[in-house]
Write a protein of this length. Structure first.
Length: 129
């Protein structure tokens, strides 16, 4: 299964009754495994984002490094990771090698980044050393 297909499948399971903005994400770990996630909203307006769901699945399985991640939103607009999701992706990626791809729901690539482009001058684990 492709990352796009995994993200699209996850997006179909999104629970977004409040925002009406279902998002799917899928990532490939450096070990080659695919993990997918969707956004899950609750009535008190705290949500788990699709990227966080996918990262949590990866960590739960024992993988720790993202090789590539894709995100699919519900509209024609770019559905880039929010600031919190960017920081979470950054924690588990290679700043120059990890590819972040934003897809249109019809399968077109809307934009691609590496982490350094998406989150320049970021704070990470090496800043704590």
């Amino acid at each position: 299964m492709s990352l796009f297909d995994a993200a699209l499948s996850a997006q179909k399971n999104a629970y977004a009754p409040y925002s009406k903005h279902p998002v799917g994400a899928a990532l490939r770990s450096v070990e080659g495994d695919i993990y997918a996630g969707c956004n899950v909203e609750t009535a008190h307006f705290i949500a788990t984002h699709a990227e966080v769901s996918a990262i949590s699945a990866m960590i739960t399985a024992g993988d720790t490094q993202i090789a590539e991640i894709v995100i699919i939103g519900p509209s024609d607009a770019l559905c880039t990771p929010c600031g919190d999701c960017r920081q979470r992706i950054r924690e588990f990626c290679d700043m120059d090698e990890t590819l972040i791809t934003i897809y249109h729901k019809d399968g077109r690539v809307l934009k691609q980044y590496n982490m350094r482009e998406l989150l320049p001058d970021s704070f990470g684990p090496e800043n704590l050393a």
